[in-house]
Design a protein around this ligand. Structure first.
Ligand SMILES: Cc1cc2nc3c(=O)[nH]c(=O)nc-3n(C[C@H](O)[C@H](O)[C@H](O)COP(=O)(O)OP(=O)(O)OC[C@H]3O[C@@H](n4cnc5c(N)ncnc54)[C@H](O)[C@@H]3O)c2cc1C
Length: 377
């Protein structure tokens, strides 16, 4: 039996390690092979980019060698998939190799698509890649005062990042002693300041208290760098001196090109996590089309369920658990305080007032992530 995992990010790595431990006897006996194909030999802890953009972490702290994170028994190759031949149970890779599988798991993540918004890539800063986070930090260091506008496209990964960057910018300017010279203006595409109602209800008074202005129903349409204006689909225009964005995301191009899902989002069963219409193809993390947060914790909880189910499929031919939509997100709230949101398909989050303890727990998790990726936490 061959299990092929495509993608060695948060979801793929946690699943691979989970399966390698569960199926140790079968792997040793050669009854099961576990193969992982990925696009990079390095694994990045993406949540750390938020801290890089504000000079609190350096990029080197965010990387580990992917091979060093994997349990023995996982055959790992850096050889991105270029073609999915689902009817033949095969994929083809960049090197020209063809891999057969009995079970396929797709965990290729998502990507920013700033090209969807005219003027965005040229005129706005963002922090979702190493290069852009470093560039944003340099721009912040040179910023002497004026209007900072935060604007975002949807969907995007890490739904808490817009709030976190806003709270952290407030602190950053305060620490530099120029908060009184900076207007922080937050925009959001929906009719409230966060997609989760209870999170929006908690965050709005916090923004008011910190003097952060905001406007809602602001769907990014275009940016004019000469006039320093950002336009919304709803017809509003907002001036800026420094524009910080999270562009709309798409799944990876290879998913769309192979006809696996519009926009690169794969139609996925919300409980069993199989690709709709395919019993031996499973989907994990950002690349699903599920109506839940695109977050590392989502990928993590999905991977745990899938690990249990795939091991059961190998041994008894039937899955044993459903994924309930569980997500857990920390929310940095400024002044070294944080809260969190935990929710699932049926239960909304109930964020509590932020505390220093939760902040330090998040800071600790930034280091502990590597244990989590190996499935030890
Ligand atoms: C700034 C920032 C802050 C964030 N903060 C948080 C946070 O606080 N909490 C949280 O839970 N989440 C956070 N996230 C989101 C989190 O990082 C992602 O949701 C998570 O990494 C998704 O996991 P994934 O496995 O689906 O994709 P990824 O981790 O992105 O992994 C995708 C993998 O697929 C590989 N790949 C791509 N194309 C191919 C191909 N053709 N063939 C083979 N392999 C391929 C890539 O090399 C990569 O290894 C944050 C993200 C960012 C950018």
């Amino acid at each position: 039996m061959k299990i092929l995992i495509v993608g060695g990010g948060m979801g793929g790595t946690i699943l691979g390690n989970n399966l390698a431990r569960r199926l140790r006897p079968e792997l040793k006996a050669g009854a099961v092979r576990l193969i992982m194909l990925s696009a990079s030999e390095r694994h990045m802890y993406q949540p750390g980019l938020l801290y890089v953009a504000l000079g609190r972490m350096t990029p080197e702290e965010l990387y580990r060698e992917q091979a060093s994170l994997l349990e023995p028994g996982i055959e790992f190759h850096v050889d991105p998939v270029t073609e999915f031949w689902l009817d033949k149970n095969q994929v083809k890779t960049q090197s020209g190799a063809v891999y057969d599988y009995d079970i396929l798991v797709i965990a290729t993540g998502s990507r920013m698509a700033p090209e969807l918004t005219p003027g965005l890539a040229e005129n706005a800063h963002c922090f979702y890649t190493e290069a852009s986070a470093v560039k944003m930090f340099k721009a912040l260091q040179g910023f002497k005062g004026g209007k900072v506008v935060i604007a975002m496209g949807v969907p995007h990964k890490c739904p808490m990042a817009p709030l976190e960057i806003t709270f952290m910018l407030h602190d950053y300017f305060q620490e530099r002693g120029i908060r009184d010279k900076v207007q922080i203006h937050y925009t959001y595409p929906l009719g409230r300041i966060h997609t989760l109602e209870n999170v929006a209800r908690w965050a709005a008074p916090e923004f008011d208290r910190l003097g952060i202005t905001y406007e809602t129903l602001f769907n990014l349409k275009a940016v004019d760098g000469d006039k320093r204006l950002v336009y919304s689909e709803e017809g509003a225009e907002v001036s800026y001196d420094l524009l910080i964005t999270i562009p709309a995301h798409r799944g990876m191009e290879v998913i769309e090109k192979n006809g696996l899902g519009a926009g690169g989002w794969i139609p996925t069963d919300r409980y069993r996590l199989n690709m709709e219409g395919r019993d031996n193809v499973f989907v994990l993390g950002d690349t699903t089309n599920l109506p839940i947060s695109k977050a590392g914790s989502t990928a993590h909880f999905e991977a745990e369920v899938l690990g249990e189910n795939l091991a059961a499929l190998v041994r008894f031919g039937v899955p044993v658990r459903d994924y309930d939509g569980k997500v857990f997100c920390f929310i940095e709230a400024g002044k070294d305080r944080a809260t969190y949101a935990m929710f699932n398909y049926t239960q909304p989050p109930q964020p509590q007032p932020p505390t220093r303890a939760v902040h330090w727990f998040k800071v600790a998790y930034n280091k502990l992530y590597w244990l989590s990726a190996r499935g030890l936490l």
